[in-house]
Structures are given as structure tokens and as C-alpha cells.
Write a protein of this length. Structure first.
Length: 159
């Protein structure tokens, strides 16, 4: 057997399907062939309400879910930074419109971590239970908020 970078045994291609281990078959490392932990793994992982349900998905999907979580965190930081910069820098925008735009950006920045957390939980549960992936809850509000900021800044520049 060829070992992967993660030191898990790799399954060899078998065109007939004979001898292919089932999803629950154990390898010599004490986990299933797809990296699912045996009964002890779920009790030590947090949050338990997520990891106690279903079975571990392919690690690539869980890692992609974590990257999406981090992308929402980066978005939050960018929205905060844009709001603070808009309030701090003296741009030729009517002050009321500039302040309103900054407040909207900061509020969106405060809401994005909620999307990160709840989106991660909902997606991880869907992966573990074999369900369809849920849509992001905050995508439309963030898009609408950014459109509002654009309109406010444009009006502040024109007036």
C-alpha cells in the first residue's frame, strides 16, 4: 500500500469492486478507510452537538467548510476596516452620508462572524448527515448592505 501525506492507507483501484472495503471497514490504524474515527473520536471534539451526529465526512469537505468559515471572518475584518476608514478619513462626502455608510459597514462586519459560525455548524451537520448543503444566511443581507453603502457614498459625493 502507498501511504499518503497524512499517513493513512490509500485504497487501490479495483475495477471489479471486489475486495473494496466498505465505508465502515476498519484499517490497521484504528479508523475507517475514509478517516472516520472509531467510537472514541466524537466525545472529545467540540461542539459535541455537531460531532455526535452522523459520521465523519471526507476530510476535504470539512476542511473546505473551515476555509469558508475563515473567509467570512476575513470578510468581517474587511468590513470593519472599511467602516473605520470611511469614518476616519476626511473624504469629500457629506458627513451624514459618510457616517451612515461607516455605521452600515461596521454593522455588517459585526454580523459576518455569526454567518461564519452558524454557516459552519449548518454545513458540517449537513455533511455528517448526508443532506443537501444549506445556503448562506447572510449573503443577501451583506449584498444589500453593500449596495446601500454604495448608494450612500454616491449620494454623499453628488450632493
Amino acid at each position: 500500500m502507498v501511504k499518503s501525506r497524512l499517513s493513512r492507507p490509500r485504497r487501490q483501484a479495483d475495477p471489479t469492486g471486489a475486495g473494496t472495503p466498505s465505508r465502515g471497514a476498519l484499517s490497521s490504524a484504528g479508523s475507517t478507510c475514509l478517516g472516520e474515527p472509531t467510537s472514541s473520536g466524537a466525545s472529545t471534539r467540540w461542539p459535541r452537538r455537531v460531532f455526535s451526529l452522523g459520521s465523519d465526512p471526507d476530510p476535504r469537505f470539512s476542511l473546505a467548510n473551515e476555509r469558508t468559515f475563515l473567509a467570512w471572518i476575513r470578510t468581517s475584518l474587511a468590513l470593519f476596516a472599511a467602516g473605520v476608514a470611511l469614518a476616519a478619513v476626511n473624504l469629500p462626502i457629506v458627513p451624514g452620508f459618510r457616517r451612515a455608510s461607516a455605521i452600515v459597514l461596521i454593522l455588517l462586519g459585526a454580523a459576518a462572524p455569526a454567518q461564519a459560525w452558524f454557516g459552519w455548524v449548518r454545513t458540517e451537520l449537513a455533511l455528517r448527515l448526508g443532506r443537501s448543503l444549506p445556503p448562506p444566511l447572510m449573503a443577501v443581507p451583506v449584498g444589500a448592505g453593500l449596495m446601500l453603502v454604495g448608494v450612500l457614498v454616491l449620494l454623499g459625493l453628488i450632493l
